[in-house]
Design a protein around this ligand. Structure first.
Ligand code: PMP
Length: 397
C-alpha cells in the first residue's frame, strides 16, 4: 500500500544536530542550531515564565477547548506587543488576531487564508530565507518566487536589487518580509530603507506578510516592530506572523499569532471569521498552557518588566558574543574584514564561509555550522569564543 512513499531526506538543520549528537569528540561545539542558549550552553527558563507558571500550577484550572481564534487575553497582549499600546489601527478595531501554533502555524493559517481569498496571487520570499517559507507557502498551493536580498559581495542586503525586483512584482502579489533579525543572514533593512520599501509596496499595491520570530533580539521590543508599525501607519493592509518561541524561550509550547490589518472594523470581523475557519480545518483550536503563561506575564506589570529585562539581557549576551568574535577575528586575521559581525542583528550571522570551509571546521575542529555559512551567535559562550575564533581564522584563506 505504501510502497510509493519515499524516504524523507530530513531537515538539514535537524540532521546536522543529529550528527553533532553522535559526534564523540570532546569539546565539540554546535553553532548550527536555531535556538538561544545561555552562557552555560543551556536553553534558559526565564524567571518571569517560571513565576507565572508556578502561580498557574498552584491553582490548576480546567482546560476547556479554547475558541478557534485562541484566548482573548493572549490575543490582546500579542496585539499590544506587535502594534503598540497606542496603535490607532487597534483602537479602530481593524486588526484581526488569532493565536496560532508558533510562528509556523501562523504562516500556515495565513497561507491557507490567502489561498482562499487571493487564489491568483503569487508569493515572493527573499533569497535566502528560512527554508520553511517556501515549504509552507508552496504547501498552501502558491507559486513561490524569490526576490534578491543578501549579497555576499556586499556582506549585506542589496537593497537596490531588492527594490528593483519588487518594483516588477504584479499588484496583489504577496511579499514575505522578515520584520527584524533576518534568518539566516542577520542582515536587516535600516529604518530609512523600510520607509522607502513601504512607499513602493503602497504604490504597487503589494500585500506584505511580515514574519517576526525574534522580536526583542535586534534592538528592543518596540524598535524591532518598527517596520510593521510604519507600514500600518502608512495605511498598508498587511499580515503578521509572530512567534514567542525565542523571546519567551518556550519553543515546545508552540505559541504564536497571526494578525491581519484591515481597512476597517467590519472587514476585520469578516477576516477573523475566516481565520477561525482556516484554524478549524487545520487543528480546530490552539492549546492552552503556553498561552496562559504568556498572558499571565504580559498582563502583570511586574512580570512584564521582569521578562523585558531578561530579554534585554539575552540580547546583550548575543551582542557581547558578536563583539567578542569580531575582536578576536580581527586580531587573528587583520587582513580580513569582519564588520558584518557587528552590523548584523539577532541570533544569526552569515559568515561567508564556503561549504568546503564549513566542512573543514566540522572535520578538523568539531565545530558545526550550516553549510550556508550561517552561525548561531546565540550558541557561542565565553568558554567557546576563542576556540571558534581560532578555528575560523585558520580555515579562511
Ligand atoms: N520564522 C522564522 C524566520 C523563523 O526563524 C522561525 C523559527 N526558526 C519561525 C518563523 C517559526 O517559529 P516557531 O518555532 O514559533 O514556529
Amino acid at each position: 500500500m505504501f510502497e510509493h512513499v519515499e524516504t524523507y531526506p530530513g531537515d538539514p538543520i535537524l540532521t546536522l544536530n543529529e550528527t553533532f549528537i553522535a559526534d564523540t569528540r570532546a569539546g565539540k561545539i554546535n553553532l548550527g542550531i536555531g535556538v538561544y542558549l545561555n552562557d552555560a550552553s543551556k536553553l534558559p527558563v526565564m524567571r518571569a515564565v517560571a513565576e507565572a507558571e508556578t502561580a498557574l500550577l498552584q491553582s490548576p484550572g480546567v482546560r476547556p477547548y479554547l475558541p478557534m481564534e485562541g484566548a482573548p487575553a493572549y490575543r490582546k497582549q500579542v496585539q499590544r506587543l506587535l502594534f503598540g499600546a497606542d496603535s490607532a489601527a487597534l483602537a479602530a478595531k481593524r486588526i484581526a488576531t488569532a493565536q496560532t501554533l508558533g510562528g509556523s502555524g501562523a504562516l500556515k493559517v495565513g497561507g491557507d487564508f490567502l489561498k482562499s481569498y487571493f487564489p491568483k496571487a503569487q508569493v515572493w520570499i527573499c533569497d535566502p530565507t528560512w527554508d520553511n517559507h517556501r515549504a509552507i507557502f508552496g504547501g498552501a498551493g502558491f507559486t513561490v518566487n524569490a526576490y534578491p536580498y543578501y549579497s555576499a559581495a556586499l556582506q549585506h542586503v542589496d537593497f537596490d536589487a531588492m527594490l528593483a525586483a519588487l518594483g516588477k512584482v504584479p499588484a496583489g502579489d504577496i511579499v514575505v518580509l522578515h520584520a527584524c533579525c533576518h534568518n539566516p543572514t542577520g542582515a536587516d533593512l535600516s529604518e530609512q530603507q523600510w520607509r522607502t520599501l513601504a512607499t513602493l509596496v503602497r504604490e504597487r499595491g503589494l500585500l506584505p506578510f511580515f514574519d517576526i520570530a525574534y522580536q526583542g533580539f535586534g534592538a528592543g521590543l518596540d524598535e524591532d516592530a518598527f517596520a510593521i508599525r510604519h507600514f500600518v501607519a502608512e495605511g498598508i493592509p498587511l499580515l503578521v506572523a509572530s512567534s514567542f518561541s525565542k523571546n519567551f524561550s518556550l519553543y515546545g509550547e508552540r505559541c504564536g499569532s497571526l494578525s491581519i490589518v484591515c481597512d476597517n472594523a467590519p472587514e476585520a470581523d469578516n477576516v477573523l471569521g475566516q481565520l477561525k475557519a482556516a484554524v478549524r480545518r487545520n487543528y480546530s483550536n490552539p492549546p492552552t498552557h503556553g498561552a496562559r503563561i504568556i498572558s499571565a506575564v504580559l498582563e502583570n506589570p511586574a512580570l512584564d518588566a521582569e521578562w523585558t529585562g531578561e530579554l534585554n539581557a539575552m540580547r546583550g549576551r548575543i551582542q557581547a558574543m558578536r563583539e567578542g568574535l569580531y575582536a578576536q577575528l580581527r586580531a587573528l586575521r587583520p587582513d580580513r574584514n569582519f564588520d558584518y559581525l557587528i552590523k548584523q542583528t539577532g541570533m544569526f550571522s552569515y559568515t561567508g564561509l564556503t561549504v568546503a570551509q564549513v566542512r573543514k571546521l566540522r572535520e578538523e575542529s568539531a565545530i558545526y555550522l550550516l553549510e550556508s555559512g550561517r552561525i548561531c551567535i546565540a550558541a557561542l559562550t565565553q568558554a567557546t569564543l576563542s576556540t571558534v575564533a581560532a578555528a575560523i581564522a585558520k580555515v579562511i584563506d
